[in-house]
Design a protein around this ligand. Structure first.
Ligand code: HEC
Length: 99
């Protein structure tokens, strides 16, 4: 009984060790990281994965005001996006990444 308990304990420790070894040890984040997951989901289909332009124009080099106004108000051929869909934090971060 004791031996099988010890065996079970050893097995579970081995499993935990294997898991943590597989997990990434550090995330390489820069001050201005990649575009948000929201951008990938809601914007990239029209503006390209990196905002380089596709159906919609390229999104580099715009002022924060111009970027924000287009997103919040919508444009011809582009729906508007509320904060609930595209948060202000993601909007600002993406704008910074694009500039
Ligand atoms: C259905 C396609 C579509 C989607 C989805 C879309 N856009 Fe657009 N976007 C456009 C088009 C088309 C224009 C140009 C409209 C015009 O000519 O006035 C535009 C214009 C813009 C502009 C203004 C560009 C400029 O030069 O003034 C910004 C900023 C922008 N989009 C950001 C976004 C962001 C951020 C998202 C995601 C939250 C998004 N768009 C989603 C099609 C889209």
């Amino acid at each position: 009984m004791k031996i099988s308990n010890l065996f079970a304990t050893t097995l579970s420790i081995a499993a935990v060790t294997a898991c943590s070894a597989a997990a990434p040890t550090s995330a390489k984040l820069t001050a201005v990281g990649p575009l948000s997951a929201t951008f990938a989901a809601k914007c990239a289909s029209c503006h390209g994965d990196q905002g380089e332009g596709d159906i919609g124009p390229k999104l580099t080099g715009l002022s924060l005001d111009a970027y924000s106004a287009a997103v919040r108000e919508g444009r011809a051929g582009m729906p508007s996006f509320t904060e609930a869909v595209y948060s202000e934090a993601d909007l600002k971060k993406d704008h910074a990444s694009l500039n």
